[in-house]
Write a protein that binds this ligand. Structure first.
Ligand code: LLP
Length: 414
């Protein structure tokens, strides 16, 4: 492996300056991914709506905004964060799942675009607003993304969206309340392996779109697959761009109006920009295997433990060593929190440059769904976050302190 640094800053310097555990994000990588997406859809009226659940750090949101990316949120709190980052209501899409109608009303009052994802909520929205507020409908196209089933969202059994087989019910509600449905939405899932699923889903949505007269937007969600390891399947953006552009332009022509094409990627934009730095607390030589125990665990980066996800791991303190050993990289949480899963989705070992206690152990692809899914389990502190912007490392979240753990506790007499 070539020497790994972020915009010329060695990872060990970052660890020394900010301490570990530490999330580091490379702004250049995010900007590069935005351009790749734009280039892939250069012939359509494209809007990118960053699915901020992947990483809600304010600096990341502001970076997206600065580069012309808009935003997709799923909770009132993400909505407020988006507004803190400077997004206007009209640039924000609210795509919740199974939330109370109060949340929908709040988002409507703030002027966001809302994806309604069940018939009940569609009816309530119609009753409440009639034709006075625009909305989008999230559909379930019944397609299989071919990836980890825990994160696929468009298959028949998924809880997300209104089934395309309920078209008649949808149209009856829309007509009953004279609703202004300006967009149709679908999201295939995350880390979608089968790129054909994007086309199948788009075909299903576009077919249905002819039944709606006020459309301005087709929102095809996120889910573009990135590489988590060498040789991994990735979404061929140029190819997907070409196929979807042609389907979309054909549709627009027949529909008789120039529509906007929206995507809401999370992982694609931020996953590869992130590196998680930990310190090896112990190297434990067991008769059967050697463990490297780091100062983090499933509390900070839970993807391997939750999904059997593969994340590349390497010794940032020793990048030139020729002596390699097999290590099982584990966390300090009182659970089996193995970071080193195999490509087959099992806990396993990694061949790494010799590790000595105190070395910085780096975990790649840590920009998406890592910090944003972190917790205080075992009463551990949340890590700090750093953004490397124009060659300078900037602290964008302070490390938690014990105060953050006890802040909301009420100390009663018992
Ligand atoms: N749009 C909607 C409606 C979504 O629910 C999601 C992700 C996205 C867009 C963005 O998907 P992406 O481009 O990031 O794949 N925690 C899991 C992923 C859960 C995805 C949730 N929804 C993981 O770490 O793999």
């Amino acid at each position: 492996m070539s020497y790994y640094h972020i915009q010329s800053i060695p990872l060990t310097d970052l660890a020394e300056q900010f301490g570990t555990p530490l999330y580091v994000y490379d702004a250049n990588k995010i900007i590069e991914k935005i351009s790749i997406l734009r280039d892939s859809f250069k012939n359509v009226n494209l809007k990118i709506k960053y699915a901020c659940k992947a990483n809600t750090n304010l600096a990341i949101l502001k970076l997206m905004r600065k580069h012309g990316v808009e935003i997709d949120v799923v909770s009132p709190e993400e909505l407020r964060l988006a507004m803190m980052a400077g997004f206007e209501g009209s640039q924000i899409t609210f795509t919740p799942s199974g939330v109370s109608f109060d949340e929908i009303e709040l988002a409507a009052e703030l002027g966001t675009r809302i994806n309604l994802d069940n018939l009940d909520v569609l009816e309530k929205f119609g009753q409440r607003y009639g034709s006075t507020k625009e909305a989008l409908i999230r559909l379930k196209p019944h397609v299989f993304g071919g990836g980890n089933e825990k994160i696929m969202t468009a298959h028949p059994e998924s809880k997300f969206g209104i089934s395309i087989h309920q078209k008649e019910e949808i149209l009856a509600i829309v007509e009953k309340y004279d609703m202004k449905i300006i967009g149709l939405h679908q999201h295939t899932g995350s880390d979608v392996k089968n790129a054909d699923a994007f086309t199948q889903a788009a075909t299903a949505i576009l077919e249905m779109a002819f039944s709606f007269k006020d459309l301005e937007i087709i929102d095809l969600g996120g889910g573009f697959k990135v590489a988590y390891q060498d040789g991994d399947v990735v979404t061929d953006m140029a190819k997907v761009g070409e196929i979807l552009t042609s389907a979309f332009l054909n549709f627009s022509k027949k529909y008789g109006r120039d529509l906007q094409l929206w995507f809401e990627p999370g992982k694609f934009l931020v996953s590869e920009a992130g590196t998680f730095l930990t310190t090896a607390n112990v190297v434990k030589i067991d008769p059967i295997k050697t463990f490297v125990g780091v100062n983090s665990g499933l509390n900070h980066l839970g993807r391997p433990m939750m999904y059997g996800a593969f994340h590349d791991i390497f010794n940032a303190s020793n990048q030139n060593e020729t002596e390699k050993n097999e290590y099982r990289v584990v966390g300090y949480i009182c659970e089996t929190d193995t970071f080193s899963w195999t490509p087959e989705g099992k806990q396993g070992e990694r061949l790494m440059n010799k590790v000595t206690a105190g070395d910085i152990i780096a975990i790649k692809n840590a920009g998406a769904y890592c910090f944003s899914m972190a917790s205080q389990y075992n009463s551990r502190l949340l890590p700090a976050e750093v953004l490397v912007l124009e060659g300078e490392a900037k602290l964008i979240r302070k490390r938690d302190t014990f105060e953050d753990i006890v802040r909301n506790l009420i100390d009663i007499e018992v």
